[in-house]
Design a protein around this ligand. Structure first.
Ligand code: CA
Length: 365
């Protein structure tokens, strides 16, 4: 019945196949059954982030043949978005799907495991996490809070955000009240803006009411769904603050440590699959969404100038100096990240970046 409850809660179709899976799983392995409550920071059915969290929840349930019975709760259905961390760390729930930079108030190191200003792209981040020592540092950070985290989705390079006026110089950012979480918010603060971090589900009302003047969220696919264009017409790119935002599947470490090797491998496979699938979906849907925003909603696409970008860079240097002074662990994470960025950045420049530039030039894309 739990399985049916999950399907109903997740709003997922395909009940006939699910019923077959339940009848297959239940008698065969009734002994090792486990419940897994997953909470998230996303509204139910929110495209990409929410549907991705629901998809990986379903996948874990299905890959274990229902042996791990998953119950998924979107933001506010069990706890508020930002209470997900404590819910899992305390053991009340077994896992969350979230952006770990929401926890930077608990430790600045968390920011690196979503995205940081002038950080890594999706492919670069995967390389650092899997081969450059990133996962080991993430494990050390998470263990300090009783958690174990795995990569579980990515939005790709995010847009710079929605503004109700043009940003021609860094001076135009002064006094701006902007929704921008993570270290990106700290960079904006250095430039005289007032950053706020509020969950996705509350951004629109704040922007429309004028409580905030600007917001970043994700990119064209998600942002068009949020209808930010009703309150702000200038849409800036590229976002300096989130060049490949990685989503995290954070589990209660004690619960994770108690799983069989087989169940751990299944969860690793399910989250790794979602890491890949979510990125593909964002890439596929962003181009059309951007065209529709411009053509149907009158959105004005603008590129941050080099001068504005230089200002972001100078402010980011100050922010990173603060991070390195925060703690030994934050400093070690930053050092590892910097080494990875240098190594991967050099390769990206003569591989992805050089090829795409030439291909698009020749084809006139
Ligand atoms: Ca964002």
């Amino acid at each position: 019945m739990q399985r049916r409850k999950f399907l109903k809660a997740a709003g997922v179709a395909g009940v006939a196949g699910a019923a077959a899976a339940t009848s297959f799983a239940a008698p065969a392995i009734s002994q090792g059954r486990k419940k897994m409550v997953i909470v998230s920071t996303w509204p139910r059915d929110f495209p990409g982030l929410g549907t991705g969290a629901q998809r990986v929840s379903q996948r874990i349930n299905d890959m274990t043949g229902g042996r791990i019975e998953v119950e998924y709760f979107a933001a506010k259905e069990r706890v508020g978005a930002f209470d997900s961390f404590d819910e899992v760390a305390s053991g009340n729930a077994q896992a969350y799907h979230a952006a770990d930079y929401y926890w930077k108030g608990k430790h600045l190191g968390w920011a690196y495991f979503t995205a940081v200003p002038f950080g890594l792209t999706y492919t670069e981040l995967n390389a650092w996490i899997r081969f450059g020592g990133g996962q080991k540092l993430w494990d050390e950070l998470a263990a300090g809070f009783g958690l174990k985290c795995l990569m579980c989705g990515n939005t790709g390079v995010q847009m710079g955000g929605w503004f109700n006026k043009e940003i021609n110089s860094a001076a135009d950012l002064k006094g701006l009240k902007m929704r921008i979480p993570g270290l990106g918010g700290d960079v904006m603060a250095k430039l005289g803006a007032s950053p706020v971090s509020i969950p996705g589900g509350q951004i629109y009302e704040n922007l429309v009411s004028g409580a905030i003047d600007a917001t970043e969220w994700v990119g064209p696919w998600n942002d068009s769904f949020m209808k930010f264009y009703e309150a702000a017409k200038y849409y800036y790119y590229p976002g300096f603050h989130e060049p490949g935002s990685m989503l995290s599947f954070g589990m209660n470490k004690k619960w994770w440590d108690g799983l069989s090797k087989s169940d751990q491998l299944i969860i690793e496979a399910a989250t790794s699959a979602e890491n890949d699938i979510m990125m593909a979906e964002y890439n596929w849907k962003s181009g059309d969404s951007l065209a529709s925003l411009i053509n149907d909603q009158g959105v004005k696409l603008r590129k941050f100038s080099d001068d504005v970008y230089d200002s972001f860079g100078e402010a980011a240097d100050e922010v990173f100096a603060g991070v390195r002074a925060h703690s030994d662990l934050a400093k070690r994470i930053d050092t590892s990240f910097r080494g990875a960025r240098k190594n991967l950045g050099g390769w990206s420049k003569i591989s992805d970046q050089a090829y795409v530039a030439q291909r698009n030039r020749v084809l006139g894309v």
